[in-house]
Design a protein around this ligand. Structure first.
Ligand SMILES: [Zn+2]
Length: 321
């Protein structure tokens, strides 16, 4: 299959997790070094623009449908350890979008939870069983109420098991953040899991980010605390989120006003987000594929902040057809 028969417009590819089965275990959707090389060859090295070229062509409106860029979200350490040596080998400069709460006292626990689920249980159902045992609540009424949402998720995410769906629903719609964190802490204790020693292997540190920057990769904003639905925040709070992210990154990189790009955490944004980004001198923002294809083709007003991206599992799926 030719990649560009399917994708008829310029876009970025989104990457998250990589595995080497040593420091970074395999997890849902993660890629190995070899997978990444295969993906680069499938898309075609000549079609992959370096971040600065992509940015310049974008500004001059010169992007063509076969112009692709590679983007890495969330400042995940396995990207630095596994993917960047491959980028070096193929001389590719990519975009790295970093959220910054991990450089403050209040760490983001998302990656930690993901790592714990993958590493400390025989399989994911094992994790779910213990989770529901600790929660110890009769959830039948809750599931009945959520029947429509469950049906919808089954349709949208055919790869989710019933347990995957139930867990996500309980986590997001039944429990408060605090209650969820309490259950996870209980599980940590039961499994003798000490979070502090793992954090450094899950997220990039300042030195890693400086190194990427010095290698001419583009460092961009991804908000401060990676709220899962930032469009629900007021203009003022969205501004705080992106302003703080920008200040912290500028301090790490020792530059001022050089950060011009961003990607939306969890693909969430609205008109307020665009105003915030304009205020912060951001020129290029990446969204996700689904909701931006038409906007891309029609080149509507706020297109600059909604450049489409394709999630890497979709590319892998195309490779295997
Ligand atoms: Zn993210």
């Amino acid at each position: 299959m030719n990649y560009f028969n399917k994708n008829k417009f310029s876009h970025g590819i989104i990457f998250h997790h990589f595995h080497d089965n040593k420091l970074h275990p395999k997890s849902q959707g993660s890629l190995s070094k070899t997978d990444l090389i295969k993906l680069i060859k499938f898309v075609g090295r000549k079609n992959i623009l370096n971040a600065d070229e992509y940015y310049d062509k974008f500004k001059k409106n010169l992007l063509r449908k076969n112009h692709i860029c590679l983007t890495f979200d969330d400042g995940i350490k396995s990207q630095f350890d596994i993917a960047t040596p491959i980028l070096d080998e193929y001389k590719i400069k990519a975009f790295f979008f970093i959220f910054t709460s991990n450089f403050t006292q209040k760490k983001c626990l998302l990656e930690l939870y993901r790592y714990f689920r993958n590493k400390y249980f025989k399989n994911i159902d094992d994790f779910y069983n213990l989770f529901f045992e600790i929660l110890n609540k009769d959830l039948n009424t809750f599931y009945r109420k959520k029947k429509n949402k469950m049906e919808l998720w089954k349709k949208q995410h055919s790869y989710f098991s019933l347990n995957d769906i139930k867990f996500r629903l309980v986590r997001d719609d039944y429990l408060s953040d605090d209650k969820y964190n309490i259950i996870m802490k209980k599980m940590f204790l039961l499994k003798n899991f000490t979070p502090q020693e793992h954090l450094k292997n899950l997220y990039m540190n300042k030195k890693n980010i400086i190194e990427l920057y010095k290698k001419d990769h583009f460092i961009g904003l991804h908000s401060h605390s990676h709220h899962t639905d930032i469009k629900k925040l007021s203009f003022k709070n969205q501004f705080k989120e992106y302003k703080k992210c920008k200040s912290i990154l500028e301090k790490i990189l020792k530059n001022n006003n050089e950060i011009k790009t961003m990607s939306h955490p969890c693909g969430s944004y609205n008109a307020n987000t665009f105003k915030v980004l304009e205020n912060l001198d951001i020129n290029l923002g990446f969204a996700a594929y689904g909701n931006t294809k038409e906007i891309f083709e029609k080149r509507k007003k706020n297109f600059s902040f909604q450049v489409p991206r394709i999630d890497h599992p979709l590319v892998i799926k195309m490779m295997n057809i």
